[in-house]
Write a protein that binds this ligand. Structure first.
Ligand code: ADP
Length: 666
């Protein structure tokens, strides 16, 4: 049976079987200024039932109850996790019992004689305060547990090692991954517990030192990451894994570093992948280099016999021939010329891939270079019945500064293609300047009315070894290197190249290259074809050349020019001859020769200050190598000029005339 009294804010439970006591309590409560709701239970059983359904702010418990006593009931309440504050009401002289009750969780006690309004109010208020505090503590504890669970889940969500040390280097925290990595070391010692000290961890001494160093550094307050080989094994035969380890200071509420948290990630696999990749890359680079060196050597080797083939064919073409012989020899010449273009492409490509291309920066006469180009293609355009137009915009300066040889090579490729892929109509070169201060861009548009390039192929044709389609190769030949080289040569000079094309209508390649504005007086004049009848009978010329075939070809040309060449087989022989013959007018110097190279020979000749030989004799270098570096080296070695092999007879002739005339006028 329970007895409900007045309604209120505080909910109180009185467990007492003494009617008089209950009435005294109710009276005291009424007279107090508390507003309460009191529930009364007469025995433990009833109280337990009530407590299982209702909450109270404070329980007043009479120690003497029928059945179970107050102490037992108190214990039951604690077992049931009822944490409502309990005040015990005792009889006079029951202090001992009261102390026992307090030990078992009661928060206060008073005797029946003390039941008065004042006492009850005080007890209730204290109980409520206590309980609020307790509730907050429980709440906070719950939060801490939840937080810990969350952090633990994070710690456990990685296979990487996470662990932490305090200032005394005691291990204060770690995840399972760390524990597992240490277990084989620590199991036998049974020391994998929180208070293990870094010094007691049986890892290799140098690892320990490295950890200690980094932990000490971290105590200065900064987070940092190191990449190190760390082994938690003390077995030196095991491969030591690479760890990327982050040291992070733990800061206490005063802002002091109280420990160091360590995150260690095994990056051995990544390391290995990077290492393998690097190795593969190095191998690929070495292979590419070997390839371009091989190509470069091969094409050099091929150029020398080509020199003989082209030279001798040219000579044959000037002989009186029967018509079918003439046709055959023309075919040989045509094939040999083509082959030479291919060889030059391969040689260039190798140099570009090896990053060995250098550019001239000289003043030159632009219109005469373009005119040269027109002459080069005159024959082919006429043969195909194509119009060949050249348009200069008014703003194009006559003299520009840059690399005339590379410009020629670029336009040669584009115009060559334009003619090749145009069955009828016209091919044109339009040139305009886009000014911009000291520098300007020259824009060359090479346009044809040919077969065109399908749109989906337009980007690809600039890749090496790529042609628009397989049929092209069958029908037109070619290596697919021309445009790749052209694009590289344009871009390496800071320029750009683009294509516009429509199938069966034609193609336009637009090249833009920065040039300086040239000074007229510095122009290197293009060798002009000599108008006078070729005759060199007056001159005594020494050819220094180790290749018998090349000697033979040269002799044939010079015979035509009424000149009997003197021959030296290498640099040494040349110097010997020069010492013996003071009457020589000019030296033609091959560059690559056994015993003594052309460069060495030229340096010795120029450096000879004694009067034993004519150290001022004009020297023209002859080489199969068409590169600017070679050109530069030739001039550095003191030679006067340079002719590439296979030489164009008129170019060689006019250079001989130029240098012997100059010499005579000195
Ligand atoms: P190739 O030695 O084969 O001519 P290129 O690199 O010079 O190599 O050209 C690549 C391909 O681009 C050619 O095979 C051809 O299909 C296409 N191409 C280049 N120029 C033209 C052009 N003017 N008209 C049509 N197709 C062209």
């Amino acid at each position: 049976m329970s007895l409900e009294t007045n309604k209120s804010d505080y909910k109180l439970l009185l467990i007492d079987d003494d009617e008089v006591d209950i009435m005294t309590f109710q009276r005291a409560l009424k007279s107090s200024d508390l507003s309460c709701k009191l529930t009364v239970c007469f025995d433990a059983k009833e109280a337990l039932e009530k407590l299982s359904t209702s909450n109270f702010d404070c329980i007043f418990l009479d120690y003497l109850l029928p059945g179970i006593d107050g102490l037992q009931l108190l214990r039951r309440l604690r077992e049931m996790s009822v944490s409502t504050p309990v005040a015990v009401i005792t009889s006079q002289g029951d202090e001992k019992i009261a102390v026992e009750m307090i030990k078992n969780g009661a928060f206060d006690y008073f005797t029946k004689n003390d039941i008065n309004p004042d006492k009850i109010s005080k007890v209730v208020i204290t109980a409520v305060r206590l309980w609020n505090a307790e509730r907050k503590r429980v709440e906070a504890e719950k939060k801490i547990i939840e937080n810990n669970n969350r952090l633990n889940a994070i710690l456990e969500s990685t296979h990487n090692l996470i662990f932490a040390f305090d200032r005394t280097l005691n291990l204060i925290s770690f995840n399972s991954a760390f524990k597992e990595s240490m277990e084989h070391l620590l199991r036998q010692r049974d020391i994998i517990k929180q208070d293990i000290n870094l010094h007691a961890i049986p890892i290799r001494e140098e690892m320990k030192q490295s950890l200690l160093r980094n932990i000490s550094k971290c105590f200065l307050g900064e987070q940092f990451t190191v990449l190190e080989q760390i082994s938690f094994s003390n077995d030196p035969s095991k491969i030591t894994p690479w760890y990327e380890t982050t040291f992070n200071p733990i800061v206490d509420i005063n802002g002091e570093v109280s420990g160091v948290a360590i995150y260690s990630k095994d990056v051995s696999e990544n390391k290995k992948i990077v290492f393998d990749l690097m190795q593969a890359k190095n191998e690929a680079v070495a292979a590419a280099q070997a390839k371009s060196e091989f190509l470069s050597n091969m094409s050099h080797e091929i150029r020398t016999p080509m020199n003989a083939i082209i030279g001798l064919t040219e000579l044959l073409l000037e002989e009186p021939l029967e018509i079918n012989q003439l046709e055959n020899i023309k075919s040989i010449k045509y094939s040999a010329d083509n082959l030479l273009v291919i060889i030059n492409d391969i040689l260039d490509f190798g140099k570009i891939e090896a990053g060995k291309v250098r550019f001239e920066n000289i003043d030159f006469d632009l219109p005469s270079r373009i005119e040269e180009l027109r002459k080069t293609f005159e024959h082919r355009t006429k043969e195909k019945g194509l119009n060949f137009l050249i348009e200069f915009a008014e703003n194009v300066p006559l003299t520009v500064k840059g690399d005339p040889y590379r410009l020629n090579q670029i336009l040669f490729n584009l115009v060559g293609n334009a003619i090749k892929f145009t069955p009828s109509g016209q091919v044109s070169i339009a040139i305009k300047a886009i000014p911009g201060g000291e520098q300007m861009n020259l824009e060359f548009s090479v346009t044809d009315t040919g077969i065109g390039i399908p749109e989906n192929q337009q980007a690809k044709i600039f890749e090496s070894f790529t042609q628009a389609n397989a049929e092209t190769t069958r029908k037109y030949g070619g290596t697919g290197l021309g445009l790749a080289i052209t694009k590289n040569l344009v871009q390496l000079q800071g320029g750009s190249i683009s294509v516009k094309s429509k199938l069966n209508e034609g193609t336009s390649f637009i090249v833009s290259i920065p040039f300086g504005i040239g000074a007229d007086e510095k122009i290197e004049k293009v060798a002009e074809k000599s108008e006078q009848k070729a005759d060199l009978s007056e001159l005594k010329i020494l050819l220094v050349e180790d290749n018998i075939m090349n000697q033979f070809v040269a002799k044939q040309f010079f015979k035509k020019w009424n000149n009997e060449l003197l021959i030296a087989n290498n640099g040494e022989e040349a110097i010997q001859i020069l010492k013996e013959r003071a009457d020589l007018d000019l030296v033609l110097m091959d560059l690559q020769m056994p015993e003594m190279s052309g460069f060495q020979a030229a340096e010795i000749i120029r450096g000879n200050k004694t009067a034993v030989l004519n150290s001022n004799i004009p020297i023209i270098a002859l080489s199969a190598d068409a590169f600017i570096e070679t050109r530069r080296k030739v001039i550095e070695a003191g030679m006067d000029d340079y002719v590439t092999k296979p030489f164009k007879p008129e170019e060689l002739y006019s250079k001989i005339i130029k240098h012997t005339k100059q010499n005579a006028s000195l």
